[in-house]
Design a protein around this ligand. Sequence first.
Ligand code: C5P
Length: 403
Amino acid sequence: MNLDLKNRKIILGVTGSIAAYKAPELARLLIKSGADVQAVITEAACNFVTPLTLETLTGHKVVYKMFNSTTDPLEHINLAKNADLLLIAPASADFIARAAAGRASDLLSAITLAYAGTVAFAPAMNTNMLNNRATQKNIKILTDEYGWNIIEPASGELACGITDKGRMESPETIVQSVTNFFNRDLEGHKIVITAGPTVEDIDPVRFISNRSSGKTGYAIARNAALRGARVVLISGPTALIPPENITVINVRSALEMRQAVLEESDDAHLVVMSAAVADFRHETIETKKIKKETQNDSLEIKLVKNPDILLEIGEKYKKSKSPVIFGFALETDNLLTNGKAKLEKKLADMIIANSAKDALEKETTKVIFIHKDGRVNETDEIPKQSLAKLILDEYLSINPLSV
Ligand code: C5P
């Protein structure tokens, strides 16, 4: 029997969606994989599944009332303290909204607020509710701002009679995702990731930068941390909130980024250069604002080339096996040819090539992996979170025994 979840304490939060009828099956499969499951259900969920069913399956008293004189008044704090994962399945639109807003209006949302570990949501709702801008915004808050996980709903027949996206993923697939959360296959690996744009100041007010959002680099950092790696994220200015449990070095210019990369790379096992480093900077940063009154009809500024950080570390470590070095190529044309040329020139172990139109400022991307050994693999259009996982899987296939 597969006991991947042995010794894992999971709080299974069940909310008021019709898919709650699948929660007992999910609890059963989690237990079968070795987990200790404590179910917490909302009052709305009691309409679809009885506490007694979950209690019988899990062997633990099921809690659902916030104010109940017979229960521990600090139940929400104590439950939150001891769990390895808080899994909300099914997650209704309303519960997702409560969690995104940081509400504590019922026991399960209070537990979610008090919980410091990994939270995963398996949404289940009607397609229109799922596609509604409010729900999409709330899901984005849960993932991008709080660093929590969404087990994407599947397409299929919904309770309302239509066939579309919104159905809770099958209990088997949810158990698989949960197992992946605990897969700490990068434990012991130090991974340095650059992300975002660099900002090259011209004077105290103006700068040159680019449209990189930093989403890919932050997604790699999040996936690596989840898998147990020691992560150093060297980030240019972005609007993103970094994941928990990593070291973040905030930088502004390419020169600052170079310094941080050189300081962190010696003992790294993998360096992923996903930042969009500005190729040029202003020759001298003016200490005072350049006044338009002092200029004629045009302003000339002299730009000088920034150091190529990827090339520099490629050369520095070309004779040693570690760190493995991955670079990116963001191109508008001839993706494959330019990517291959970049791989050779910069002495990287792999180049991840993507086109500006597929990648910039988007949640998804489509890339070509170009390996040093000549292999070339193309992905479909995938979420940047999924790309992050693929990149780290590629690294492990090159370097499984380095630690
Ligand atoms: O040469 P190009 O900018 O297209 O190369 C992109 C790759 O090189 C990315 O991995 C980027 O992080 C890295 N790079 C760098 N230093 C620069 C420019 C790009 O490390 N000055």
